[in-house]
Design a protein around this ligand. Sequence first.
Ligand SMILES: NC(=O)C1=CN([C@@H]2O[C@H](COP(=O)(O)OP(=O)(O)OC[C@H]3O[C@@H](n4cnc5c(N)ncnc54)[C@H](OP(=O)(O)O)[C@@H]3O)[C@@H](O)[C@H]2O)C=CC1
Ligand SMILES: O=CC(=O)O
Length: 293
Amino acid sequence: MGEEVGFLGLGIMGKAMSMNLIRHGFKVTVWNRTLSRCDELVEHGASFAETPAAVVKKCKYTIAMLSDPSAALSVVFDKDGVLEQMCSGKGYVDMSTVDSDTSSKISEAITSKGGCFLEAPVSGSKKPAEDGQLVILAAGEKKLYEEALPAFDVMGKKSLFLGQVGNGAKMKLVVNMIMGSMLNAFSEGLILADKSGLNTQTLLDVLDLGGIANPMFKMKGPTMIQKSYSPAFPLKHQQKDMRLALALGDENAVSMPVAAAANEAFKKARSMGLGDLDFSAVYEAVKFPENSS
Ligand SMILES: NC(=O)C1=CN([C@@H]2O[C@H](COP(=O)(O)OP(=O)(O)OC[C@H]3O[C@@H](n4cnc5c(N)ncnc54)[C@H](OP(=O)(O)O)[C@@H]3O)[C@@H](O)[C@H]2O)C=CC1
Ligand SMILES: O=CC(=O)O
């Protein structure tokens, strides 16, 4: 635990995850594109670096938690990026949700500089991140997985090593494709109950008692009924995951009409200006499809 760990990207997830590392005694150096977002972490004991390259220079391994493939690539390949200081003996752990091609590109670049690469996207949202209860889906260099396990144990409740680079990314996309499709079916059910004269809270109670009870319905149902969409998992990221999962389906000739329809609803929600709200705001797009532009 004596080694310095780097952390790039202090959004909803990165802030909670790096905070957990600090709380558990890790020495953490942080960077975020909007630098002011580092202040709170520094107040809690983190060190700050001006660029991703400066973080990598200082740290044995560096974790990233960034919004999407273009952010993940930019932080590695752009000026002052991760690659500039990557070398033998250093590791890079990308925990962002991206597609396997993006992850492979990053892996090749890191290993070509002599470094080790691990992808480690996570299942679980803001609250599990705050509580250290994420599920970590790692793949890539086993040696780096073992090195990062003490950090994973603090950030998550379970870590899985899934083999070669790409398997973690794919697993995460399959899980989120299912989650996005379920949320659409749930939204339609809430609307159907309401329009057909049923009490939506009673529907939530019935669902929670039966075989399709799940934490997502239990957590999101009450806030959806109240139209409260404070972002835990931003809708724009869920739509990105649906898009990437559908591309994975294309590559493998897997027909996914349910996921494709769910993706349309998330796109519609984005066109209604709901992208920065929680992904449960897709309920508004399902309820008022005519509001899309
Ligand atoms: N929220 C959730 O429930 C979960 C999210 N995820 C995944 O984790 C990742 C992060 O999600 P979350 O924290 O919610 O997202 P946020 O939108 O809250 O944070 C995104 C982070 O990426 C940074 N970023 C965006 N674009 C760039 C860029 N071009 N260059 C450098 N940095 C950039 C942002 O910096 P800045 O502050 O400057 O904008 C910010 O630090 C995503 O891949 C998401 O799909 C996975 C599981 C759960
Ligand atoms: O990616 C989102 C999640 O809740 O997991």
